[in-house]
Design a protein around this ligand. Structure first.
Ligand SMILES: [Zn+2]
Length: 90
């Protein structure tokens, strides 16, 4: 197992989407506290997906296409962003 690189694939998608959100939404605070907050809130709402390099296999296992997964991430990420904007922890 040690030669396989597992990562939470969902986390990667959320991270990428959040970067795009920062570019779209200039009111959104980009500090570490808010970043971690948004990541945690979003990831709590999504199933963890630890995958190897074989993404296709994992997607089949979860019966989700990448687009469906992306759509789910977008919805949960927006909720987390709204929440953090209303109640920043600083
Ligand atoms: Zn902040």
């Amino acid at each position: 197992m040690s030669d396989m690189h597992y990562q939470n694939y969902i986390e990667k998608i959320v991270r990428d989407e959040l970067k795009k959100a920062y570019e779209r939404d200039k009111d959104l605070c980009t500090c570490d506290i808010c970043f971690q907050d948004i990541m945690t809130l979003t990831l709590n709402q999504l199933p963890p997906m630890y995958v190897s390099s074989d993404i296709g296999h994992i997607m089949t296992m979860y019966n989700l296409t990448k687009d469906q997964l992306q759509a789910q991430v977008t919805v949960e990420l927006q909720k987390a962003i709204d929440q953090v904007k209303k109640h920043p922890k600083h």
